[in-house]
Design a protein around this ligand. Structure first.
Ligand code: ADP
Length: 292
């Protein structure tokens, strides 16, 4: 269990990127969903001991993460948002080198680790190619392989599907889903489907604050009977916005499909619709903005 209490972070320029964040993260996949600039990377980097928060506590099992960062690093697998530049060495050699850094000292053990991981992430056939020449999806799968070195108990993946095409994204998410239910896996993303496809628990972060958290089906239940939809043309969209609480708009075949939030039938041609996690997300963000 990862336990975060009253975590705040203020950057040197005065930006309060995290504002009193408290969160309990159980084993299994946990989705941290929020728009760009919400504070996801700041939170992920703080948990990964890459930066020290201004105040608050982070505990993982019996490790005090802020006081004992080196203990956490032994059991952490981290896939950063941006891996930076890859050297022009083969995936095999790079992974082997990373295993050395991670303390997998024995040659036989390292061979087993590296070969097992390359097979697990389906890069065995291209293990001799330079990672620099990999596609985006292959790089992300390599990123997962390096994060899994040494069987970490805590795995953090920061916006892993950004920039992947649908097929690559699918393969990547399937790989994440296989990692197992015994370890804590935190997936930070601004893509609602990443969470709805994969995560039994989730939280929504906006402006440095956790604004919702729970199981996706519980959050969905709170919207039951309160989401209404209608297809309108562009010209009448403003009028709909003025008279209803619009939570999302989406173009479909040149027309705009509007979702609004209302406790009872708004009439006016609206029909009830079973909400999705996207409705939870957008209505939560709208409420957070109103409260701010
Ligand atoms: P997200 O990962 O959700 O996009 P970030 O954690 O990257 O959010 O950023 C949260 C806020 O902190 C943003 O307003 C961002 O501009 C600001 N920020 C992030 N990194 C720095 C930094 N190194 N110095 C100053 N401000 C930063």
């Amino acid at each position: 269990m990862l336990s975060i209490k009253n975590l705040s972070h203020v950057y040197a320029n005065g930006v309060r990127a995290l504002d009193d964040v408290s969160l309990e993260v159980p084993p299994g996949m946990f989705g941290l969903l929020g728009p760009n600039g919400a504070g996801k990377s700041t939170l992920m980097r703080s948990i990964a001991t890459l930066q020290t928060p201004t105040s608050g506590d982070i505990h993982f099992q019996d490790i005090d993460v802020i006081a004992q960062p080196e203990l956490l690093r032994r059991t952490l697998g981290y896939l950063p948002q941006d891996f930076g530049v890859y050297p022009r060495v083969s995936a095999y050699d790079l992974l082997d080198h990373m295993a050395v850094l991670k303390g997998v000292a024995g040659k036989a053990e390292r061979k087993e680790t590296v070969e097992g991981l390359l097979q697990q992430v389906n890069l065995w056939a291209v293990r001799k190619k330079a990672v620099a020449g990999y596609s985006g999806g292959m790089r992300q799968r390599f990123g997962i392989a390096q994060a899994l070195i040494g069987r970490p108990q805590l795995i953090i993946v920061d916006e892993p599907t950004a920039g992947l095409d649908p097929e690559e994204r699918n393969r990547f998410l399937n790989l994440l889903a296989e990692i197992g239910e015994q370890v804590v896996v935190i997936l930070s993303t601004h893509i609602v489907e990443d969470v709805s496809d994969l995560c039994p628990r989730m939280a929504i972060i906006a402006d440095g604050r956790i604004v919702r958290d729970g199981a996706p089906h519980e959050l969905l239940a709170s919207l039951k009977g309160r989401i209404w939809t209608k297809t309108v043309d562009k010209a009448s969209l403003e009028a709909v916005r003025a008279s209803h609480q619009v939570i999302s708009t989406r173009l479909f075949a040149g027309q705009t499909v509007v979702h609004v939030l209302a406790d009872k039938d708004p009439g006016d041609g609206f029909a009830g619709v079973a909400g999705g996690l996207e409705d939870v997300y957008f209505s939560t963000l709208a409420a957070a903005r109103q409260a701010a």
